[in-house]
Design a protein around this ligand. Structure first.
Ligand code: FAD
Length: 371
């Protein structure tokens, strides 16, 4: 009997790979193992589901059983892989040992929560899967005042979203929202549109103590506030708990063919560091899955990434960006009208990135960035 292709993880990376592989090969058995419920859902919806009062159940587009039937694969939900024997080409999940012909790690990332003192710190919410969304949704619905830690992409999106129904304070160590993604004038416009959110910059949360009703939060600068819920969006770290025997740096190190340092073992998605880059977005994951599916079907194919467009889901002030938009050595040209703003980033007189806002759309500039 043919050994299966084994995929660990049922997120965008795992399922997109399984789907792409089935387009090349309908006979090799494919097994997807996942420690979660194996439901198919769109993770970007997590950051704007609360505003629409969409429950976790409503976000699910297909069940594990439905995915198995649709893709003609085996899906084993609630199955945590605990060890990999690279020499024998088999994995351990509970009492089971499963052999593989090829193994793909699509294990994603874990939310990073900075060290915070106090007995309330253990109740900090994070938002990186359906289970976490369930807790976030229920807790926020019982809350009046919510603290968001982190003003990057996800923190900005959820603060904007939650503020439709709740009082929100956002705290960030930097000096403005999206500091590492957009030039200052774009952040300033966003701040004025998000005037219903209290923004606190240049400080961090030092401790969180449980009080009779909610939490008392103390910042390092001594400022105190009382909130009912705290959500941390301070970033994600690739999951590296299955990597003994693999080369790792910030993520699982892979080349442009998504090959790890072990034969027949590949990685993609939020857990992978592809030629030095971690690209935790859907489009690079889809490109990686398509290339890897061809490779696994017998046609070695490297992945190529052009400049990746990113949309910030802040409907009151929509923002799109692509290419290089951070770094002090960029020369920005900004023009603004009633329909929005266009910021072009140049380096050595060459267009290297852009940010557009409002109804302006920078997609026509993408081919220029690719040159
Ligand atoms: C709130 C939010 C909003 C976002 N918005 C956007 C957006 O607008 N646009 C965009 O492009 N990107 C966005 N992203 C990023 C994008 O959603 C992710 O990059 C992508 O979904 C990651 O997919 P993944 O499959 O690599 O990881 P995950 O979805 O995290 O999947 C990892 C899988 O591995 C499984 N797993 C882990 N360890 C084990 C183990 N030991 N045994 C068994 N199973 C295991 C888990 O159960 C899970 O199924 C957003 C992310 C978040 C959190």
């Amino acid at each position: 009997m043919k050994m299966p292709l084994v995929i660990i993880g049922s997120g965008h990376a795992g399922y997109t790979l399984a789907r792409a592989f089935r387009q090349h090969d309908t006979s090799t058995p494919v097994v997807v193992l996942t420690e979660d419920g194996g439901e198919y859902y769109s993770k970007p919806q997590l950051s704007h589901g609360f505003g629409h009062q969409t429950s976790a159940a409503q976000l699910i587009q297909n069940s594990a059983t439905g995915m198995a039937a649709e893709l003609k694969i085996m899906v084993r939900p609630h199955t945590r892989v605990t060890a990999i024997d690279f020499a024998a080409q088999k994995i351990t999940a509970g009492a089971a040992q499963i052999p593989y012909s090829d193994l793909v790690l699509a294990v994603g990332a874990k939310p990073f929560v900075p060290p915070i003192e106090g007995d309330g710190a253990q109740d900090i919410l994070t938002l990186n899967n359906l289970e976490q969304y369930r807790r976030y949704f229920d807790t926020l619905n019982r809350s009046e005042h919510v603290l968001v830690i982190g003003g990057g992409l996800v923190g900005t999106e959820i603060a904007h979203d939650i503020a439709q129904h709740k009082r929100v304070t956002l705290v960030d160590i930097g000096s403005r929202l999206l500091e590492r993604l957009v030039p200052e004038p774009v952040s300033q416009r966003l701040h004025s549109v998000m005037d219903q959110v209290t923004l606190r910059f240049g400080t961090v949360v030092a401790r969180i103590d449980k009080v009779a009703k909610g939490y008392s939060v103390t910042m390092v600068d001594g400022v105190k506030l009382t909130v009912d819920a705290i959500i941390c969006t301070a970033g994600l770290k690739p999951r590296l708990d299955l990597t003994a025997g693999l080369e790792i740096q910030r993520g699982i190190v892979v080349d442009s063919y998504l090959r790890t340092s072990q034969a027949h073992v590949y990685a993609l998605g939020d857990c992978a560091e592809i030629e030095g880059q971690i690209l935790p977005y859907l489009q690079p994951i889809t490109l990686s899955a398509n290339a890897l599916a061809s490779t696994l079907a017998g046609k070695p194919t490297p992945v190529h990434f052009g400049p990746l467009p990113v949309a910030v889901k802040t409907p009151r002030y929509p923002i799109q960006l692509a290419g290089l938009t951070q770094g002090s050595n960029l020369d920005w040209q900004i023009n603004e009208g009633d329909d929005g703003l266009t910021a072009l980033a140049h380096r050595d007189n060459k267009l290297v990135g852009y940010v557009t806002t409002g109804s302006r759309n920078g997609f026509s500039l993408l081919p220029t960035l690719m040159r």
